[in-house]
Design a protein around this ligand. Structure first.
Ligand code: FES
Length: 321
């Protein structure tokens, strides 16, 4: 759990599209909220005990509020359904201070923002920042239909509306996103940012890699990990290099859970391998990576892993803990 939390009030709740509700969060005393960079997210601690990560979609220069938008997931395990059904204007919510694992590249660059559905949220924040700071960007917003696409009015009224192209699954063929055409034309100074459902993200990232984009120009943030078949998981050991302690990891416990059982706390947030909070250096052994945070190149180096979800191919892992 993140230690830097605060209580905020839901100042506004608004239906943004079919299945999408936004929440504006303000401080209790009317003061400015902590600063954040484009691409940041907060953890929201729901009354029922769930913790969920939501990207901030308000502009970073506006510290009077944080805005998040929540899609009701059909298979909600309590997070999105809890936000939709339980949280009302005037409620108090505990949230973390913003953290950023999806930052804009520094320096002069062109920014290509590809949003799938609710994945628009961090990219909307980036677009507002880039517009204000004179950055060069282009946004593509893909959604199943107009009725399910949040923030269409806000995008249409933005001073940068001309930089947005829309692609709806249920409309004419000619407006569909042509990924290869878009990606093969980009120059070497362009950075790609993608957020959305996993199938959309995989399609974009696969196309970018196939078109020769290097990993350092690919920026992405997953928001939900797919279910993993854990039926053949086995036990292994982790050795904590700083103390020499060895801890057994049973087949049915994550590394972070087993370490917490013996009093070793590794900070966690999503516990699904998507946020990067628990990243831990691996000194020996071969992890079995199950996260969506590290790039394929980073995973292949086997010198770090996400102990909230990843396991071990070797009998023992030595960790820098
Ligand atoms: Fe989010 Fe491990 S806690 S990746």
């Amino acid at each position: 759990m993140n230690d830097s939390t605060m209580t905020v009030r839901v100042a506004r709740r608004n239906i943004e599209a079919e299945g999408v509700v936004s929440f504006e969060l303000a401080s209790l005393d009317g003061r400015e909220l902590p600063a954040f960079d484009a691409g940041s997210h907060i953890d929201v601690y729901l009354p029922a005990g769930h913790v969920r990560q939501y990207s901030l979609c308000s502009a970073p220069h506006d510290r009077s509020r944080y805005q998040i938008a929540v899609l009701r997931e059909p298979q909600s395990r309590g997070g999105s359904a809890g936000m939709h059904d339980v949280i009302r204007e005037g409620d108090e919510l505990r949230v973390s201070t913003p953290r950023n694992h999806f930052a804009l590249a520094a320096g002069p660059a062109k920014h290509l923002l590809l949003a799938g559905g609710i994945g628009l949220t961090p990219l909307l924040c980036m677009a507002q920042h880039l517009d204000r700071s004179g950055g060069d960007f282009e946004m593509h917003y893909c959604a199943r239909s107009r009725s399910r696409a949040a923030f269409l009015e806000r995008l249409a009224n933005a001073s940068w509306a001309g930089r947005v192209q829309y692609h709806f699954d249920d409309e004419d063929e000619h407006q569909r996103l042509r990924l290869d055409a878009l990606l093969e034309d980009a120059d070497a100074n362009t950075h790609l940012y993608v957020c959305g459902p996993q199938g959309f993200m995989n399609a974009v990232l696969d196309a970018a890699r196939a078109n020769g984009w290097p990993e350092n120009r690919l920026h992405y943030e997953f928001f939900a990990a797919p279910a993993v078949d854990t039926s053949s998981d086995g036990a292994f050991e982790v050795c904590l290099a700083r103390t020499g302690k060895t801890v057994s990891i049973p087949a049915d416990r994550s590394v972070t859970q087993a370490l917490a059982d013996v009093g070793v706390d590794v900070p966690v947030s999503c516990e699904q391998g998507i946020c990067g909070t628990c990243v831990t250096r691996v000194l020996e052994g071969e992890p079995e990576h199950r996260d969506l945070f590290l790039s394929p190149e980073e995973q292949a180096r086997n010198d770090q892993f996400m102990p909230c979800c990843s396991r071990s191919k070797s009998r023992r892992l030595v960790l820098d803990l």
